[in-house]
Design a protein around this ligand. Structure first.
Ligand code: ADP
Ligand code: MG
Length: 707
């Protein structure tokens, strides 16, 4: 390809080698084409000029501009604290402008007594407004430039700004770029699709995204670029899924036999919820389809995923197949093992547990039983995917809590037995917003358990600070005296592990003093303890012999003690929303009113405060995951990094563009239904787009293998 868009960015007028290097390393812009796709993250209306007197708290941190005359300018302070300060004024008041870097250069450009347009984000300090590092220019529009209405704000970095590539400079570079490339921008979507979706052409869209003449033009440009981005990704994911279901045959499991029927009629301790029934039907559909199932089962904590998985295991057994359930921790695997063996007792299903601490002799016994087919269900941890574990007829695999497993591990599990690959059910209690699920797991089928078993009382959540600690203890005492149990969770974050453990131990001491034996028993459990001690502590708590369990997040997933009604989360500000929600899900499992108390320091960042507010305001996991997505942005959500999809979303915002994503997906579905391999002449451009996407993903995979 010999396109101007592939030209290295250093050849753009005004860039040069040094800036080009930084552009590549700081924001990944290496070519003209990359630069063109560096689109503004926000726009300001540059036809609006604010008066200094108008600047109040509500404007702080927004980009605005003021037109003001420089009264005084000079370097103040010295040494490391030296900065350039200017006092500027319009007819309504005065404000301060400061620069900490590049002061010499600015001093040359900024003359006392002259008027400029200052552009930046004001803050209010001691009641008066100021701006740090504003950009500025004389008020007369520079000749030859288009008049500015809306101006894009480009993301940049400290280092780029310090070599003269602030947001305004990038904007100017963009104008130069545009002049060079505007006649060389190929259309990437078929004409009929543009027409049908009423999308503007690509060149038009790129022009308007950088230099919108109006809000309407900007919206149309956005819509076109977002649609294209989401559409191509969906086209690819759906294509993959089509290939998989067409090519990958799966075991047929049509029979409903004694295992299932006996259990369902005689052992099932409750009626299934509507959602559970629906999901079982969906899985059943896959089991009789002749294709291999790859299904994600999403359901909030406590929604009853385990029983759904178990019923499917029973169907597999009825059809003569073995199953495996893989859990992320030993505690969880053990717990699954216990509750499942108890449930299936007398049905004759043979269940075994395999974890890192299974003795050698037992291990050999299990290996034997798997090969002869005597063992129907193997439950375990990562130990399950060791090469020595082989099955006679592995037909159904359940992976609990997906986000802890990498894609590679999942793939390995599929190679455990000769014959066809087993059906795979991935269960996650990290509710992923639908839009994200469609992008990350677009190649999986998704089932949702969107209903909790009846009779659950929502957990009451409150946010408390250190000064409330005595009251907290009083409350815990009340609950314990009523026969309830309490979790107290401490963060354990790797970088500061030692300090965290110290915090936990100090906390445990305080608890032991406040809740002294013999009347009270508290146990401490954390990930660094030997498994035996951990199990022992968990056991005491589960049996009700200990009323207080002090732990790190080892209890985050899956632990089920219905009598526990209080969850205290220490340093709650250090946890993400989804983790907080997971932790809260440990209580509220019995009939009693449960409580979650978020303990935080007195000073919180705005973002942390929002997280606490979100937790207090809702117990709906899906709602929280949407909020999480909005607070953190899609790039940070659990699992994104390891999705293995290598998808980069540049233009769209998954937190906001859900509707467009769904629409793009349905359009992709329709096109693939007509032309599954995109062989039609009409779809030539789409095939090219997919090839580009694949090349890009390939490049990313290669890179990740080197580093
Ligand atoms: P999760 O989806 O978080 O894995 P579990 O499968 O651990 O949830 O179920 C949580 C609790 O709810 C368990 O004690 C389980 O026995 C119970 N449960 C599951 N389904 C139902 C139901 N339909 N009615 C009543 N209780 C149920
Ligand atoms: Mg579970």
């Amino acid at each position: 390809m010999d396109s101007i868009l592939d030209r290295p960015i250093q050849y753009l007028t005004g860039i040069g080698q040094k800036r080009a290097e930084l552009l590549a390393s700081e924001i990944g812009v290496a070519t003209f084409g990359d630069m063109l796709m560096h689109i503004p993250f926000r726009y300001v209306d540059r036809s609006r000029i604010y008066k200094i007197a108008e600047i109040g708290d509500e404007l702080s941190s927004q980009y605005i501009q003021v037109r003001a005359r420089v009264q005084d300018v000079g370097i103040v302070g010295h040494g490391a604290k030296a900065r350039l300060a200017a006092v500027v004024a319009d007819d309504t008041g005065e404000m301060d402008m400061v620069w900490f870097r590049g002061t010499k250069y600015i001093l040359k450009k900024l003359e006392a007594g002259r008027e400029y347009i200052f552009f930046g984000r004001p803050t209010i300090f001691n009641g008066s407004p100021n701006m740090a590092h504003p950009e500025f220019e004389p008020p007369i529009a520079v000749e030859g430039q288009e008049p500015v209405g809306m101006q894009g704000i480009y993301s940049t970095t400290e280092r780029l700004s310090s070599i003269g590539l602030g947001t305004k400079a990038i904007f100017n570079a963009m104008r130069t770029l545009w002049a060079a490339v505007k006649d060389h921008i190929p259309e990437t979507l078929p004409a009929c699709l543009l027409e049908q979706e009423r999308l503007v052409g690509r060149a038009q869209a790129l022009h308007d995204i950088h230099f919108p003449a109006s809000a309407e033009a900007l919206n149309a440009a956005m819509r076109r670029l977002k649609f294209e981005e989401l559409f191509v990704i969906q086209l690819q994911l759906l294509g993959q899924r089509r290939v998989r279901t067409e090519k990958t045959r799966g075991y047929l499991m049509p029979k409903i036999g004694d295992y299932f029927n006996l259990f369902y009629r005689e052992k099932l301790p409750f009626a299934l919820t509507g959602a559970q029934q629906r999901v079982i039907k969906e899985i059943r559909g896959d089991m009789v389809s002749g294709h291999q199932m790859n299904r994600l089962m999403q359901g909030d904590v406590g929604s009853g995923k385990t029983i759904v998985a178990l019923l499917c295991v029973l169907i597999a057994a009825d059809n003569g197949f073995q199953s495996a359930i893989m859990a992320p921790t030993e505690i969880l695997a053990t717990q699954h093992y216990r509750s499942i063996t108890e449930l299936v007792e007398t049905t004759g299903l043979r269940v075994e547990l395999l974890t890192g601490s299974t003795r050698r002799k037992k291990r050999e016994e299990i290996a034997q039983g798997l090969l002869t087919g005597e063992i129907d269900l193997l439950i375990g941890t990562h130990a399950l995917i060791e090469d020595t574990v082989r099955f006679a007829r592995l037909g159904f695999v359940v992976i609990d809590e997906q986000h802890r497993f990498g894609v590679m591990q999942r793939a390995k599990l599929r190679l455990k037995s000769t014959g066809l690959p087993p059906h795979v059910l991935v269960m996650t209690a990290t509710p992923i917003p639908r839009t994200l699920a469609m992008t990350l797991y677009g190649d999986l089928d998704v089932s949702m358990i969107d209903e909790l078993p009846p009779g659950r009382k929502p957990v009451r959540t409150s946010h408390a600070r250190e000064s409330h600690r005595l009251r907290l203890f009083g409350f815990l005492r009340e609950q314990i005296d009523q026969g309830r149990q309490v979790y107290i969770v401490y963060p354990l974050i790797q970088e500061s592990e030692k300090m965290d453990v110290a915090n936990l131990e100090a906390g445990a001491e305080v608890i032991a003093r406040e809740f002294p034996p013999p009347r009270y028993t508290s146990v401490v459990v954390h990930g660094k303890m030997p498994a035996r001690l951990k199990d022992y502590g968990m056991e005491l708590f589960k049996e009700g012999q200990a009323q207080i369990l002090i732990s790190t997040t080892v209890i985050e997933v899956g632990v089920n003690v219905p009598n526990a009604t209080v969850m205290v989360i220490e340093s709650a500000e250090r946890f993400g929303l989804s983790q907080l929600h997971q932790l809260r899900g440990r209580v509220g499992r019995g009939g009693d009113q449960s409580y979650c108390i978020l303990m935080t320091g007195d000073k919180l960042s705005t973002e942390a405060r929002r997280r606490m507010e979100a937790m207090v305001s809702t117990t709906d996991g899906f709602r929280l995951s949407e909020l999480d997505l909005q607070l953190r942005g899609a790039g940070d959500i659990d699992g994104t990094a390891q999705s293995g999809q290598g998808i980069e979303i540049k233009v769209s915002d998954l937190a906001r563009d859900g509707a467009l994503l769904e629409h793009a997906r349905s359009v992709a579905e329709r096109i693939l239904a007509d032309d599954p391999h995109l062989e039609d002449k009409r779809n030539v451009l789409l095939r090219a787009a997919l090839e580009r996407l694949n090349r890009q993903k390939q490049a990313e995979v290669d890179l990740s293998q080197i580093s």
